[in-house]
Design a protein around this ligand. Structure first.
Ligand SMILES: [Zn+2]
Length: 299
């Protein structure tokens, strides 16, 4: 984040309708990972520009490579952070729901090549990595992956994207650094709530053993797949309101352009969610803003 972005965070520091200040950041973020994401991103970017909402786009390297000029034109805007979603969406660690980690050589490509391409295309630093699918303990104990993340020079990862025991939803975890794993300067900035594609059965998984019992957040678990943009918003608002109520540093839902567009081509859910974030006094920001804030607090 540059000085301009820092100023915009404090400038946007919001107050709720009741006038009480909130220190919770709201971060819109998109795991941009398939050919269908480009058309979706055009609609998403239009909503963000209209509403002046910042966002972080985590790009898969191969997805960017396939349409570099178009993504550059779309996302070269001070509202947006562009970060990495790996080179080709391969797993850096085992995930009980999604499969096994790839080889050491492949991990190196996944972590380093995407960052290099983003920096070449956008001509600005890429400071964050969201590993494909994410993990229920982040990168804790993943010494080989953390060494590559350090080598690449990322300032943060957003890898804690599941609840305990690989359940949904991901709880509203606060950022932490990887000092216990030898990387005190590297921050984990978790994602929260549902991988929205699972809420809609857009992966065609059908019913799965996905929720935890007893649930620490039963109010965040709908009884069935969501059917409308408003259904989805009603799930989202639980996480936004709880993050604010609990005074969390941030809240960020786990969204995928291809899935959002397939379910809600008018992007109504985005408008509902952004309006609510502002209504309850959350401060719009990017993950890079949050990483900067955490590093300043650590110093
Ligand atoms: Zn992904």
């Amino acid at each position: 984040m540059g000085l301009a972005a820092a100023a915009s965070v404090s400038h946007n520091r919001a107050r709720a309708a009741d006038g009480s200040p909130s220190r919770t950041l709201y971060i819109a973020a998109y795991d941009t990972e398939s050919p269908n994401c480009l058309a979706a991103c055009k609609k998403i970017v239009a909503v963000h520009k209209q509403l002046e909402m910042p966002a972080t786009f985590f790009l898969v390297g191969r997805t960017l490579e396939a349409n570099a000029a178009e993504y550059k034109m779309l996302l070269s805007d001070p509202l947006f952070e562009v970060a990495s979603h790996t080179w080709s969406h391969k797993l850096l660690c085992d995930n009980a729901m999604c499969g096994k980690a790839v080889s050491p050589e492949e991990k190196r490509d996944e972590i380093l090549k995407s960052k290099a391409l983003i920096e070449q295309v956008f001509e600005r630093p890429c400071v964050g990595l969201r590993p494909a699918v994410g993990f229920d303990t982040g990168l804790k104990g993943a010494a080989d992956v953390l060494a590559l993340v350090r080598e690449a020079g990322y300032r943060y990862v957003s890898s804690l994207l599941w609840g305990p025991d690989c359940s949904m939803p991901a709880l509203i975890e606060a950022p932490f650094h990887y000092g216990a794993d030898g990387s005190p300067g590297l921050w984990e900035l978790p994602g929260h709530g549902w991988h929205e594609n699972l809420l809609k059965d857009n992966n065609r998984w059908g019913p799965k053993r996905l929720t935890l019992w007893p649930s620490p957040m039963p109010e965040g678990i709908p009884t069935k797949f969501v059917k409308t943009p408003d259904d989805e918003f009603q799930v989202n608002r639980v996480f936004l309101e709880k993050a604010r109520e609990w005074g969390k540093p941030h809240v960020s839902l786990i969204w995928h352009p291809w899935s959002l567009n397939a379910f809600d081509p008018d992007m109504k859910m985005l408008e509902l969610t952004f309006a609510h974030a502002r209504r309850i006094g959350l401060t719009p920001a990017t993950f890079a803003d949050l990483a900067k804030q955490m590093a300043v607090g650590q110093a």
